[in-house]
Write a protein that binds this ligand. Structure first.
Ligand code: SF4
Length: 456
């Protein structure tokens, strides 16, 4: 690997605290609506119109408020600093033990919410926010297609999140945008709501490839969306390769075009045939022909070389950035940082636990607005799970896994740092030790998913 691949990326959620007082976490907000379902997509998203769409922003803001005021639906107008709750003899949650307050479902599974108006009439004061909630250093609004919401709803959601949560003034705030749903009124609403980074789902600059993918937008609209994205501090372009009918030259052309349009960040993913999706059914039925494996591999390498030659260094298996433009939010995931998820299907990782909300948007909205918990499951992380997560998430970054921390996790889990499965991948030339890091080799990068699956 070249030195350029070791970007010196530091985890944002560890070490020196953002404000010296509180741990730093990320906030994820899931918007599960799309104009139309793409045939390859297995994300948690449903097509519009949908009965839950109108009340969805209310539910997200309510869930955000519950991060601060877990008792509030029962006693809505009283402040609930952690010290008061502990003085009342309640067991502190893992977060409360760390000085945070985050809603935990009660015995009946209910989540308790603050009484509020549409987006801020019961907002906590700056001092209250700072006293009871985590500081969010990054926010990522993903989907689905967040920009499928109307401009006024996007603005209302952003104002509501800011009034409910302590979002750092210098936070990276990303929102995903589909070029077929973006216009100047939405861009104004997003910029006015503090969005700093637009992640544009271009996928390709070829109309033919876009048609094969069933995208709702044209190549021209994709280029226009990038024009709009330039008004933000940063933006990212999502590309897809390995699409049936696509040539290596076509995939390279897409990468070159994204770089030429000045993208500070590009994510380039191979098309995957997820079980149960229409495209996977078409593949099984012989209506679609998958590109040969060696062509997909050549695309992976050629797209990477094109982006790197344009100054976008690969820092994760599928992610490329100009210096200083890496996605801090995703780095926090890969470094096993903590995050809070809001919305249907959103996942959270805090206090040594992972938990997730139910996927159904209607059930999510009904639950939250009725004062019940949207949480569908939770898992307390064992030492072995932590070790595996550190290994498998860290290997996605080109820098690799910090071996000192890996050894800590391994020791706690009763493992050796390089257990036999890791050693087998090293013997096969797919992972290597490089100084303080364990990382994928150049041969291992294109087959990262298979290497990681073999280690899981
Ligand atoms: S726009 Fe994105 S989230 Fe929506 S269906 Fe297509 S791939 Fe899935």
């Amino acid at each position: 690997m070249s030195d350029a691949q070791d970007n010196g990326l530091q985890p944002i959620a560890r070490g020196s605290a953002f404000n010296g007082l509180k741990p730093i976490v990320s906030l994820y907000v899931h918007i599960p609506f799309c104009v139309r379902k793409c045939p390859y997509c297995d994300f948690a998203s449903v097509p519009l119109p949908h009965p839950a769409a109108e009340r969805y922003v209310d539910a997200v803001i309510s869930e955000a408020r519950s991060l601060h005021c877990p008792e509030a639906t029962r006693r809505p107008r009283q402040p609930h600093p952690p010290a008061l709750r502990q003085a009342q003899g309640r067991s502190p949650s893992p977060l409360a033990e760390r000085g945070w307050s985050l809603a935990q479902p009660g015995a009946g599974g209910e989540v308790v919410l603050a009484e509020h108006g549409d987006d801020g009439d019961a907002a906590l004061s700056e001092a209250e926010r700072a006293a009871v909630g985590p500081t969010f250093a990054t926010v990522f609004i993903g989907g689905g297609t967040p920009t499928a919401l109307p401009a006024d709803e996007l603005g209302r959601m952003l104002r509501g999140l800011r009034s409910a949560c302590d979002i750092a003034s210098c936070a990276e705030v990303t929102i995903e945008a589909n070029p077929g749903t973006l216009d100047t009124s939405k861009v104004e609403a997003l910029a006015g709501g503090g969005v700093t980074r637009l992640s544009v789902g271009v996928q390709s600059f070829s109309d033919e490839t876009l048609r094969t993918l069933g995208r709702i937008h044209s190549a021209e609209e994709a280029a226009a969306a990038i024009g709009l994205a330039r008004s933000f501090a940063s933006f990212s372009v999502d590309l897809m390769f390995g699409v049936p009918g696509q040539s290596v030259a076509g995939a390279v052309d897409d990468a070159a075009r994204a770089a030429a349009l000045g993208a500070p960040h590009v994510s380039a993913y191979a098309l995957t045939y997820e079980e149960g999706t229409p495209v996977e059914r078409s593949l099984r039925a012989g209506r679609v022909t998958r590109l040969p494996e060696d062509v997909e591999l050549l695309m992976f390498e050629s797209v990477g070389k094109t982006l790197e030659a344009s100054g976008l260094a690969r820092y994760e298996v599928s992610s490329f950035a100009r210096p200083g433009s890496q996605c801090a939010h995703n780095l926090n995931y890969w470094n096993r940082g903590e995050y809070v998820g809001l919305g249907a299907a959103a996942h959270s990782h805090t206090g040594g636990e992972r938990r997730w909300n139910g996927r159904d948007p209607s059930e999510y909205v009904d639950a939250v607005l009725a004062g019940r918990s949207p949480v569908a499951g939770r898992e307390r992380l064992t030492p072995r799970t932590r070790y595996l997560e550190h290994l498998l998430l860290g290997l996605r970054m080109t820098r690799g896994v910090d071996r000192a921390r890996l050894a800590e996790f391994a020791g706690a889990a009763g493992e050796t740092e390089l257990d036999s499965r890791v050693q087998r991948q090293a013997d096969a030339g797919l992972v290597e030790v490089a100084g303080q890091f364990l990382r994928l080799t150049r041969r291992g990068l294109p087959v990262a998913d298979a290497v990681i699956a073999a280690l899981a």
